[in-house]
Design a protein around this ligand. Sequence first.
Ligand SMILES: Cc1ncc(COP(=O)(O)O)c(C=O)c1O
Length: 456
Amino acid sequence: METQPNSLAARDVAALVHPQTNLKRHRETGPFVIDRASGVWTWDDDGNRLLDAVSGLWCASLGFAPERLAQAAYDQMRKMAYAHLYRHHSHEPAIELAEKLLAIAPANMSKVHFQCTGSEANDVAIKLVWYYHNAIGKPEKRKIISRIGAYHGSSVATVSLSGKSDMHAQFNLPLDGFLHADCPNHYRDGRDGEREEDYAARLAANLDRLIEDEGPDTVAAFFAEPVMGSSGSILPPKTYFEKIQAVLKKHDVLFVADEVICGFGRTGKMWGSETFAIEPDMMSCAKALSAGALPISALLVSDKIHDAMVTQSERTGNFAHGHTYAGHPASAAVALEALKIYEEMDLIAHIGRLGARLAETLAAFAGHPLVGTIDTIGLMAGIELVKDKDSREPFAPEEKIAARVGDASQRHGLIHRAMGNRIAFAPAYVISEEEIGEIGIRLGKALDEVCAEVRQ
Ligand SMILES: Cc1ncc(COP(=O)(O)O)c(C=O)c1O
């Protein structure tokens, strides 16, 4: 890292600890400093312009400098910059946002509980799974199942819930009682000639066996992202959720849908649960809820859960959970404005059009030697990179293939996510068709460059 002593890069290395970053390497390479941003474009501190095709962290759904959201935050902060929701306190932005969320949520959703982050929304979902089972007199039903490769957050409980071994090992996690079922990646794990439906049946049978082995009386809930976003947009195989839900129903296990990435149109319908006919007992959402402009998340609970919560609270006192900034009025005002903009832009039709263009752009790489499979749905996509296209042989983890494509893309002015052997795209909803074309041009250069490097 060559930097001036007082440069932002030098000051960063001297002062900051970065999340999800190799800390030793960071001291050598320094940071990638974003100076300003607008629409889907960001400028680094050397003035280079990059197209961010994953809207920051799947969140800046209305672009990086949305004027109306800034105005909504400003107006609310002038009126009342802070209010909380503890002990019967309330305020209009939170009330109105809860109403708006329920109006667009699946019909069985009954109440909304606000938090600040996706992790917190899932964290309280875990607590509610336990609270609910205590309320209905089944306290021994405590174990929670998620899936290998799933990501549900970084708190102690939600990282235990997540199926990411690298995020467990460093902290002696997961906690007891968090179990991980199969990752539903048909391309990677389907047997030769196995149809998606048969693969889904095999995974459902494995889940059934896992619950039987653990004891159905001890298994409380199953958490799933409709599309596994941060594993690289892994799409469930056909009939997967239908078969999984049948197993859960049989064993009286709750379904919590993590809509933190999939919510608000990302998969082409308002909710990923709608896209895949999931009937959740609770749904967490965040990110596009406020278009990433201010932190806010929400957990929606069904009547069944809420009724039990009220009974339990009557029995035991206050629902003893809360965060100072949960349902913050400025964040709620921004989220309300974001939902209004989605409505005005006729979100679902809009995403249908842009999603078709993104799918067409990426489909052009189907024949590329590095490309194994391309998953697209709504305005999100993932590409699995392979060493050998015919045999589906993967690159070894130490070859860091996705990271290399990510670095090459960045040199060509394109940002996407790289994880394992997959790269992911989730551009802001304000992207133009021409800008989607730019994703294709820049990605093509990056793939060719890395392919030539690999072949050498
Ligand atoms: C599906 C999913 N759930 C939960 C989270 C955690 O959200 P947060 O980073 O806001 O805590 C993420 C973050 O990427 C996510 O993708």
